[in-house]
Design a protein around this ligand. Sequence first.
Ligand code: SF4
Length: 254
Amino acid sequence: MKPKPTDPGSLLLSAIRAHMELGTTEVIVERRKRTTSGTKSTTIVAESPVMAAIPPSLDMIELPEIQKRQFKSLGDHCEAINKCQLCELGATRNKFVYGVGNPQAKLMFIGEAPGAEEDRRGEPFVGRAGQLLDQILLAIKFTRQDIYIANILKCRPPNNRDPLPEEMNKCTPYLNEQIRIIEPKLICLLGRIAAQALLKTSTPLGKLRGHWHEHNGVPVLVTYHPAALLRFPAYKKETWEDVQKLRARYDELG
Ligand code: SF4
């Protein structure tokens, strides 16, 4: 029999799914049971099987020539790499999704990879998650013209599966060149995949978010991916706290 969405088993399953999405390793679910003497509450703690696949250090990888070159502008760089076939996603993409925004932005947002709509239009964060990101930006008084948005991967993984470590290894040098050209003063990483890949860590997202880290000398704040907020609206409160922190640090830049 199909379980009711409110039964404890379903609640536990959905909590595990939620925490897998968010990269935490511990799941806590409260189970409430009605009895003749009132409502009893017990807590279930379970281990999520999440452990992200972390790409090895890029220092250990021999880069292709195109990734050793330094470019004068984002346009030159995009022009040079937009036919890339370094990993198998080059064969399945519809459009190469380089990045969008202000080439002199002080603040960069970085997600994990293009989705279906991004792959169709060649622009990052243009689906439902992108619309939510626009609302978040607006709430902290930014527009897309103020910032720059990119992803770890430039091509869409089929069926929106997680990027594979070898795909991230091959694509991250492109992102690093974008960062080198833009010279942002702050970076905001959206979601577990982007955070773990760029910070080279397997620390769960729940522990990374809301804190300042560093990538090549640039202060980095981690928060939830807007797509996760669409599935788990309860995380909007923490995201709001994170982006206010981001705005305050941005304002300190002068
Ligand atoms: S995902 Fe990155 S490395 Fe793979 S083909 Fe696309 S641009 Fe090249």
